[in-house]
Design a protein around this ligand. Structure first.
Ligand code: ATP
Length: 242
């Protein structure tokens, strides 16, 4: 459903994404892990089109994200690490605006009340986005990801800033999407959550892919049977650093 092949992205002197290749299949949640500055956000931004990669290719359901950009974007939803919503709109207007961009106002009408309740935005629906707390802006960004029928979800640190209720709701939502055959890529530093939620993980370090697989496969790679994802992650990244 989502495939990256030898993706490179450079910022002047920094090779932020250095030859990254992996896939996320339909019905799968893949965790994108790595220390600060590893290149996770850059990778996600290249997939969703905020950044243009310098080399390599990225496909969503066979569509090239550069040459078939609009068709590919219809299939994906992006939840950014730091939401940057339009502050002069109300919450309801904002979600409607996003639905209009995707040409799914009918879906908006059918889903808006349920989305507002599920992400605890109902009380704020007529408030300006500028007045929302950080966590509420994150919930708004998540609600906006559900206004069109995306098949590929790209989530950059989606739990940060969410209260426990919001985290629970989002995790349930991701599991539901997986059961419906969506492909989900989640960047996170919460390794306990990743261990429970993800079918596989990709570990990045300094722009490169360090390891990839199920927890069992990573344990075998690290020769650390029965260890937690946290312990395996720390071992592999420290070993690579040394
Ligand atoms: P974190 O876990 O801290 O969010 P990350 O794995 O998401 O980190 P990126 O944000 O992708 O890492 O950054 C990878 C590298 O690219 C870092 O060295 C960063 O400083 C650099 N970088 C990212 N965006 C830019 C930019 N717009 N201009 C210059 N350098 C950038």
């Amino acid at each position: 459903m989502l495939s990256l092949s030898n993706v490179h992205k450079r910022f002047r002197g920094v090779h932020a994404t250095n030859g990254i290749s992996f896939e996320v299949r339909s019905g799968e949640i893949v965790g994108l892990l790595g220390p600060n500055g590893a290149g996770k956000t850059t990778t996600l931004r290249c997939v969703c089109g905020i950044l243009r990669h310098d080399e390599g290719s990225i496909h969503i359901d066979g569509l090239d994200v550069v040459t078939q950009e609009v068709e590919a974007k219809r299939l994906m939803a992006y939840i950014p690490e730091i939401p940057n919503p339009y502050e002069v709109l109300t919450v309801r207007e904002h979600i409607k605006f996003v639905a209009m961009c995707y040409g799914t106002v009918d879906t908006f009408n059918a889903r808006i009340d349920e989305l507002l309740s599920r992400f605890e935005l109902k009380e704020k629906e007529h408030e300006l986005v500028a007045t929302l707390s950080k966590g509420m802006k994150q919930k708004l960004a998540i609600a906006c990801a559900f206004v069109h029928d995306a098949r590929v979800f790209l989530c950059d640190e989606p739990m940060i800033g969410l209260d426990p209720q919001g985290q629970h709701e989002l995790q349930s939502e991701l599991l539901r999407l997986r059961s419906e055959g969506c492909a989900i890529l989640v960047s996170t530093h919460l390794l306990d959550t990743a261990e429970k939620l993800c079918d596989r993980v990709v570990i990045m370090q300094k722009g490169r892919k360090l390891s990839e697989g199920t927890l069992k496969e990573l344990q075998a790679h690290a020769r650390m049977d029965n260890s937690s994802l946290m312990d395996v992650f720390l071992h592999l990244t420290r070993e690579a650093e040394a």
